[in-house]
Each structure stands twice: as C-alpha cells, then as structure tokens.
Write a protein that binds this ligand. Structure first.
Ligand code: DX5
Ligand code: ZN
Length: 214
C-alpha cells in the first residue's frame, strides 16, 4: 500500500491545527525541521512538534535538516515524533549511527535521508539498522520546487537493496511529488510519498491524497 505524507511546510502555520485535520485522510504528517545551516532556510522545531502531538494521533514523520542531528534526536522523540529521519550528509557515519541508536532507544522509528547528489551507496552502512530511507527529489530547503526525475534510478537501486537486505524498511521520496510525478516514484519502488504544495494547494485535499496514491 502506498502511504501519503503531506508536508506541513505548505500549511498555514497560524492555522496549523486546522491544516493538520485537513489531511486526516493521509498516513503520515511530514514535519520539516530546518536550522538555517544545513539548508538555507529556517522552519520549525521541538515546541511545534510538541504542540502538534497534542492535537493529532496521526503518525509524525519528522525530517531533520539540521547539522549534527545526534544533538537533538532524543528531544524530538520526547516531543512526540514517531519517526525521526537524519541526513547522512549532516555528520560522520559514526555519529549518524549514534543518532539512529538514540532514536531506537526511545522506542521510535529511525530513518536516513539522502540529498540529490548523494549516491545510493551512502545508505549501505545504515541499511540494516533503519526503518525508512528517504530520497530527496529536490534540493532540501524549500517547498514548491521542480521534481528531479533523474533521482528515479537511485530510488530503484535502493528498492533492490532494501528487498535484499531489510524488506521491512520503507522507501520515501520528498520534493515535487504531484499527480503527474507520483506514478514514476511508485514504479521506481517508493512506498511513502511526501507532498507539500500538491496537497495544500489542492481544492479538494482528500481527493488529492487519494490521487497521489497512484
Ligand atoms: C523540502 C522539504 C519538503 C517540502 C516538499 O526541503 O523536505 O518536505 O516541504 O514540498 P513540495 O511537495 O512542495 O515539493
Ligand atoms: Zn521533507
């Protein structure tokens, strides 16, 4: 089954509770955390995750676009994240592994993220230790960018590796996913699709979520 994870980066932050209830037909709430260092933008952090947790039982997928994420993963778990993903580019392999272990010790799911220029092989040291791998289909930092179709061979390569080595692991894509690009992601092997603008700009959000399932 294909899961849809609307990104609240495209929501109205002054009406966040309303905008989370608007996506109740989806599977995950995708929360983009940006520190202004790892990416050239600043979004939201721990207190906002805490507040979201109070108003929904939906699965919270927290995407950390921050340097040295090992410093903060436990706080995001305590704030109510169900899944915390960290970029492999954000620290040494050893520290990324430490972050994964800390998330698991909190009883939460852990994932890694690959930026567009990072090859599939960068996931190998972590593949058997994570619950999800996220492939960026835009440069992280902003919503509303153009989908990078040239990431599909990387998604297909990771699907093959996951099926061989850790079949329970999920494969997520993030950036530019819309009705005209969702199918190519699913065909390449993704099973979780993040979509920000395609969901929140839709006139009928539940219908758009259904459409994105392919
Ligand atoms: C980008 C974020 C995405 C973003 C996706 O750095 O990680 O989650 O919100 O937005 P769209 O779907 O509009 O490309
Ligand atoms: Zn994201």
């Amino acid at each position: 089954m294909i899961k849809i994870a609307p990104s609240i980066l495209s929501a109205d932050f002054a009406n966040l509770e309303r905008d989370i209830h608007r996506i109740s037909a989806a599977d995950y709430v995708h929360v983009d955390v940006m520190d202004g260092v790892f990416v050239p933008n600043i979004s939201i952090g721990i207190p906002v995750v805490q507040s979201i947790r109070k108003v929904t039982d939906m699965f919270l997928d927290v995407h950390l676009m921050i340097v040295e994420p090992v410093r903060y993963v436990e706080q995001f778990c305590d704030a109510g994240a169900d899944l915390v993903t960290v970029h492999v580019e954000a620290d040494s392999a050893h520290k990324i592994m430490e972050a994964i272990n800390k998330i698991h010790a909190k009883g939460k799911k852990a994932g890694i993220v690959l930026k567009p220029k990072t090859p599939a092989e960068a996931a190998l040291p972590f593949l058997e230790h994570v619950d999800l791998i996220l492939v960026m289909t835009v440069e992280p930092g902003f919503g509303g960018q153009k989908f990078m179709a040239d990431m599909m061979p990387k998604v297909a390569a990771l699907r093959k590796l996951i099926d061989e080595k850790n079949p329970a692991c999920e494969l997520e894509v993030d950036g530019g996913v819309a009705p005209d690009t969702c199918r190519t992601c699913i065909e390449a092997g993704a099973n979780v699709l993040v979509a920000g603008s395609a969901v929140y700009k839709a006139p009928d959000i539940p219908a758009r979520i259904a459409e994105l399932r392919g």
